[in-house]
Design a protein around this ligand. Structure first.
Ligand code: PMP
Length: 346
């Protein structure tokens, strides 16, 4: 007996993790640089014998350090097994049975899968063009219990300003607005303040991108204490393992490392975007660690470019569905040398 919605489910497809060596992975928005040396130190001095015990179910130390880092109270912080778990729990907690979930389109392709697992109808709203359009938006019909806004957005890399997001949150209230800020450190600005000022806004973050720890699986949610408390009620008892708590604390002790890498990647991104435009590509101004781009008309298609660069050992991401996205590539930003090599092929 398998639920019919699960039988019919088209699962989320993550960026390919190749088994071959010598491939340059520019397909999953991972960080081009390693995590802080503090991470290596923490792993080297980790007390292995302590692994016989369960981890702190409330990750109290990590939670307090995150609260200090984000300028809030521990009661405003939730930690998950990657931000993907945080997003899944948000749907469990904030969406009533059969109530809709709202998303912009295009945005993160996991949301439709999470909604479908819960058999929640999805309300897709075209991504507003700019801040003015977002501020003027009325709540979609049917009214969602939860709206997920990725900011800066994936896969477009575009960003909305905080006041436009605040205006949208207020029109949605009392429904919850989840602002997925997986890529915010590459933008240099964010909407974290809304999670502490607006009763219906939560912000999710991750250690996977700017902190260079995708393999660790630590995501964070910041929000009003009553909403955060509700997430604690439904999470697995030990959703963040002991090593992950220890390593995340170590990374958090060295934010300068993360910021320096994010700045370096942003500089490479802007240089790569300009060079690609000079080759006739259309490239959306990105505020993330990837670019969303389209090859010049009349030449090779995005699919052909993707296949061509794969032969040279470079993986880039393309979404074949919906058809209007199919002639775009989403290229994660690697090191300067990798991006120069890729430019040569494009
Ligand atoms: N949100 C967005 C917009 C993403 O692109 C990703 C990465 N695929 C995530 C959340 C999830 O990141 P993680 O689970 O690694 O924290």
């Amino acid at each position: 007996m398998i639920r019919s919605s699960v039988q019919a489910l088209a699962p989320y497809v993550p960026g390919e993790q190749p088994k071959l060596k010598r491939l340059v992975k520019l397909n999953a928005n991972e960080n081009a640089y390693p995590p802080s040396p503090k991470v290596k130190e923490a792993l080297a001095s980790f007390n292995v014998a302590s692994l016989r015990l369960y981890p702190d179910p409330e990750f109290s130390r990590l939670r307090h350090k995150l609260a200090r880092y984000y300028g809030c109270k521990a009661e405003n912080v939730f930690v998950g097994n990657g931000s993907d778990e945080v997003l899944r729990l948000a749907i469990d907690v904030f969406v009533r049975n059969a109530a809709p979930v709202g998303v912009f389109e295009p945005s993160y392709s996991l949301y439709p899968v999470l909604a479908e697992i819960r058999e929640a109808p999805l309300v897709r709203v075209p991504l507003p063009e700019n801040d003015a359009a977002l501020s003027a938006l009325r709540p979609p019909e049917p009214r969602p219990d939860l709206f997920c806004l990725v900011n800066p957005n994936a896969p477009t890399g575009t960003i909305f300003g905080m006041e436009a997001v605040r205006a949208f949150a207020r029109t949605l209230a009392p429904a919850v607005l989840l602002v997925d800020e997986a890529y915010a450190p590459f933008a240099g600005r964010d909407c974290l303040a809304l999670a502490l000022e607006e009763p219906n806004v939560v912000v999710s973050r991750t250690f996977s991108k700017a902190w260079s720890l995708a393999g660790l699986r630590v995501g964070v949610l910041v929000g009003p204490a009553p909403l955060v408390e509700a997430l604690y009620k439904v999470k697995d008892s030990y959703n963040v393992d002991a090593l992950a708590q220890c390593v995340a604390e170590a990374a958090l002790s060295d934010p300068e490392w993360m910021v320096a890498n994010a700045r370096k990647i942003a500089a490479t991104r802007d240089r790569f975007s300009d060079a690609l435009r000079q080759k006739g590509w259309s490239v959306v101004q990105s505020h993330t660690n990837f670019v969303w781009c389209q090859p010049p008309e009349g030449g090779k298609t995005a699919a052909e470019f993707q296949a061509k660069v794969r032969n040279w050992g470079f993986l880039v991401r393309r979404f074949a569905d919906p058809p209007e996205l199919a002639n775009h590539l989403r290229i994660s930003i690697g090191t300067d040398a990798e991006m120069d090599e890729l430019l040569g092929m494009l």
